[in-house]
Write a protein that binds this ligand. Sequence first.
Ligand code: PEP
Ligand code: MG
Length: 315
Amino acid sequence: HRDTARRELQGPGRTADGVPVELMANVADPDGARAAAEAGAEGVGLFRTEFCFLGRAAEPSVAEQVSAYRRVLAAFPGRRVVVRTLDAGADKPLGFVTADDEPNPALGVRGLRTAVGHPDVLDRQLQAIAEAAAAEEAEVWVMAPMVATPAEARDFVAACAKHGLEQAGVMVEVPAAALRARWIFEHAAFGSLGTNDLIQYAMAADRVLGELATLSTPWQPAVLELVRATCEGAAAHGRPVGVCGEAAADPALAPVLVGLGVSSLSMTPRALGDVAAVLGATTSEECAELARLACEQPDAESARAAVRGRLAALL
Ligand code: PEP
Ligand code: MG
């Protein structure tokens, strides 16, 4: 039996045959960033900036934003920090950009869509991110939430370039973006799969409703096909794709995601050790085989059972 007992993260993530899989952390504030660095995360794959300003009626000044972002970047000198622009709306309303009277907030003006009515808010946030990046040593990448079309990706990348932010990418969490990845990645330098929303929109199942849990799982073969489509479209342009939704924290799913073409996994820091252990015991060829096995199944339960069974035989 191969050694999967390690629970502490030891060194960078890689498969048993040495293919690197970056193991990153999802963070929401400076305290979380410091804890993630202590847990051994290689960087931050998702910095949810909106959490710094929840419950605020007025937009934070550029200076206040610079200070908050700098404190997160400071925890990862020389490392990558992927800063997500404000994902306001639906489950995370921000009074200064979102309406509170939408009939279907999850399908409303949220994420990057708020920049249509408030281009100045996005512009000031990008200015703050650029200033923070210039003042700290972290390698700053920027990405937009809720991108649905290539034109949105193009416009976001252009807005970032105006501030000298050259590594500009998109979250892939709307099925349309996954299906049209080849066109999205003509513009975006990288992609990050937000599986929480991707599942919600692919399965038409509200992510906060526990009674829909059997639908709301990343083991749904339909969701796995969207992950594959995203990776294939990005690979056509040589762009890397990571996963930053909760799916990245499931140790049995990690080799499947890698087999589908994902090159980094960003998660809650406490999951890093378990995910690293399974990946480190599985070769990239086995990952590809597990991905094929999962996608061949008719439903989520059989996909999970088939992969768990195969992993138990392998590890
Ligand atoms: C996601 O949708 O998977 C994601 C990472 O973003 P959030 O959970 O913040 O919407
Ligand atoms: Mg999301």
